[in-house]
Design a protein around this ligand. Structure first.
Ligand code: ADP
Ligand code: MG
Length: 686
């Protein structure tokens, strides 16, 4: 076989045919380099641990033993057989049983010694083991040491992955070092070749720790470099400064007084908008904290200064709602607000595009449709995106690029995801931050409770009572339709049964993501106008929907949702002056699950909930789902590794002080790594 390199396709490796190739591609693995960068998710301690007699019970252990006598298979009934035998070491013996694996008989030769890995059970001196992993001593590759555990997929077994990794290991010396000797000395970091070998095949736990630390550092370091480069590039860009700033004129026209937090945020944004460099500000505030009006203030300033604004929402529903709000807040000032979404007719879209180009529209509210080809502005000065976690960095950039001319628009990003500050710093490293940490006055906290199925009838009584008081009710289901359920309530069928049997006398409507935009809109309009009593939905109503008369939120199979998501859903009620309720239904008895749900009952503070979510589930949710548009980190968990994060930040600062755009030849490998990390976000060096 030809010499392996990092670029060799995996099909050149032994055992990789078209089927395996496909399965590997699913894991994102196509070349040898991908394999080396595919880190284990866990490790099993398969080091040999002494005599059978001294080994602990009920936990995975590995030991060497000789097969004492031939194994025998007993057929119990159809589809059920047992293969049993005895293995011994100098002082003790273990009775080994395999279920439905008669073929092991021939693989276990009497008189030969094997390594066994599994859980020992037994009482007194009797020792047993069921379905152990075993290998002949001496030629072992998967026992006798620390064994990596890889994330797998159908068609790729642990053993197969292990063999691929062993083959790939010979290319480790070809990996380019990205951290200079000085840097490694300063932060006590292991070299690249050592780390890539040890992360896959650690000889000891200490080695593994050293490898992990280095690779984590490298990850955070590159993330930091990338974000800093993006930020630096921005400060070199020009924007139209909004010199005229008559915020009073805006606030005077409002139907309410701004909270202190809203006013502070608006002023922070206004100060940015005065500058000739683009604002890049994240406006963070819990559900219902009133972010929209701050965005409106910014759009007002843009208009005062002869600029257009664009507001991008993640769903049509939200876009339509924003349109209404903005028309109410800004229309009376003389601003022209319009909508652009994918579901509009070609003629409507064309008309809208023309009005944008001529400058007739002052604020355009829309969905991703705003990004499409042919949407041009006369003078775009401000881009606002709502619920930022649904958009990537690159999408923000795409909209900014539509400003035409040399000047870039200012950017305001609104997010209702209460991300803990430590994480926010990292995720939005390229943004300035305003936080609305105060709810508008007169809100009573939503009363939240967790109930089981046994209380369902009583709950239905409560629904009637709320509707009797003139209120409205949301019922959220985790699934759209029966086909994608596993014991989950589906909006479509459950809604129909509520309509037909449970509440035939009430007006029950159904809305979910698979409906046509127009139909969804009609249902939502009816609900907003109070023509519907009960709205059965999926999470399409999760973000931003604002119906102050709704006072009861019921969430079916609540255990199926993440805490932060439940919090978002709960935020749909308690928006008016009525006492509101949130009922979580779950029959799940899992202790951790119940603890999660109880957290929600105990607090309405989104930041507390996010911290708790983070503790209970780890940062995977913030970082795994790629909702933030940042590169995914493989190893580093930002909560646990704050110290390392700070070190990586320091190091990045140091490197960029010497070489601001990483153009020095000796930084080429580093530059390449940063580029790879940010690959999905376009070319960050241009
Ligand atoms: P979110 O931050 O979740 O997007 P919204 O901007 O939708 O919140 O505001 C939630 C509700 O609170 C809206 O009905 C809005 O009109 C109202 N609101 C916002 N600010 C105030 C305020 N200062 N006083 C009273 N009501 C307010
Ligand atoms: Mg909102």
């Amino acid at each position: 076989m030809a010499e392996l390199t990092l670029h060799t396709p995996l099909t050149a490796l032994k055992g990789v045919g078209p089927a395996k190739e496909k399965a590997l591609a699913k894991l994102g693995l196509t070349a040898v380099a991908d394999l080396l960068a595919y880190f284990p998710r866990d490790y099993e301690d398969r080091t040999l641990r002494g005599d059978i007699q001294t080994l602990p019970l009920e936990e995975p252990v590995c030991f060497a033993a000789m097969v004492a006598a031939p194994f025998h298979t007993t057929f119990l009934r159809k589809g059920m057989d047992l293969t049993k035998g005895r293995v011994v070491d100098a002082a003790a013996q273990v009775e080994v049983t395999f279920f439905n694996q008669p073929y092991v008989r021939s693989a276990l030769t009497p008189g030969e010694t094997y390594y066994f890995y599994g859980k020992l059970t037994g009482t007194g001196r009797r020792r047993q083991m069921v379905n152990p992993y075993f290998e002949r001593a001496g030629q072992n590759t998967f026992t006798g040491g620390i064994m990596p555990v890889y994330p797998l997929t159908a068609g790729i077994t642990a053993k197969f992955m292990g063999n691929l990794q062993k083959a790939a290991a010979q290319c480790v010396p070809q990996i380019q070092e990205t951290l200079s000797d000085d840097l490694r000395a300063a932060y006590d970091l292991a070299p690249a070749d050592f780390s890539y070998r040890a992360i896959h095949f650690p000889q000891s736990w200490e080695e593994l720790e050293r490898a992990r630390r280095r690779l984590m550092f490298e990850e955070l370091f590159c993330l930091n470099l990338g974000l800093t480069l993006i930020r630096g590039r921005r400060s070199q860009q020009a924007a139209i400064p909004f010199a005229k700033q008559d915020l009073e004129a805006f606030t005077a026209g409002l139907p309410f007084t701004l909270t202190d937090a809203q006013l502070r945020s608006a002023r922070e944004a206004a100060a940015d908008l005065k500058q000739p460099v683009p604002m890049n500000r994240l406006l963070q505030g819990d559900v219902g904290s009133g972010k929209t009006v701050v965005a409106a203030a910014c759009a007002f300033l843009a208009w005062e200064n002869g600029c257009q604004s664009a507001l991008m929402a993640p769903t049509e529903l939200l876009a339509q709602q924003h349109l209404k709000t903005m028309e109410t807040l800004l229309g009376k000032m003389g601003m022209k607000v319009a909508l652009l979404t994918g579901s509009m007719t070609a003629a409507q879209k064309r008309q809208c595009r023309e009005a944008l180009e001529s400058g007739e529209i002052d604020l355009i509210v829309g969905t991703h449709a705003l990004l499409s080809e042919g949407v041009e502005f006369r003078r775009l000065g401000l881009v606002i995106t709502d619920e930022q976690h649904r958009f990537g960095v690159d999408q923000r950039a795409a909209l900014s690029a539509k400003s035409g001319g040399a000047q870039r628009p200012h950017v305001l990003v609104m997010s209702a995801t209460p991300i803990p500050r430590t994480l926010a710093l990292m995720i939005y490293g390229d943004l300035d931050l305003s936080v609305i940490d105060q709810l508008p006055p007169g809100r009573t906290p939503v009363d939240t409770m967790l109930i089981g199925e046994d209380k369902r009838q009583r709950l239905y009584g409560f629904v009637r009572k709320q509707v009797g008081l003139g209120r409205q009710v949301y019922i959220v289901c985790p699934a759209v339709d029966q086909e994608d359920t596993e014991g989950m309530k589906a909006a479509e069928q459950f809604g129909q049964s509520l309509q037909g049997q449970v509440f035939p006398d009430l007006k029950v409507a159904i809305v979910h993501g698979r409906m046509k935009a127009r139909d969804k809109q009609a249902v939502m309009e009816d609900f907003a106008a109070g023509r519907t009593d009960v709205l059965v939905s999926t999470t399409v109503i999760e973000v931003g929907v604002d119906v102050p008369n709704a006072s009861l939120m019921i969430i079916e199979n609540a255990d199926r949702f993440g805490l932060s998501q439940l919090h978002q859903l709960r935020g749909r009620v308690g928006r008016g002056q009525h006492q509101s309720y949130c009922v979580l239904i779950s029959n799940n008895r899992n202790e951790l699950t119940r603890k999660r749900l109880k957290t929600l009952c105990a607090t309405t503070d989104g930041f507390v909930i996010a911290e708790e979510d983070l503790k209970l589930r780890g940062p995977g949710d913030f970082f795994g789902a790629r909702q933030h548009g940042l590169p995914q980190l493989k190893l580093a968990s930002l909560e646990g590794d704050m110290r390392l994060l700070h070190q990586a930040q320091d190091a990045a600062r140091g490197v960029l002080a010497d070489d601001p755009d990483l153009s020095r030849p000796d930084h080429a490998p580093l530059r390449l790594r940063v580029e790879q990390l940010f690959r999905e976000n376009g070319d960050i060096f241009n």
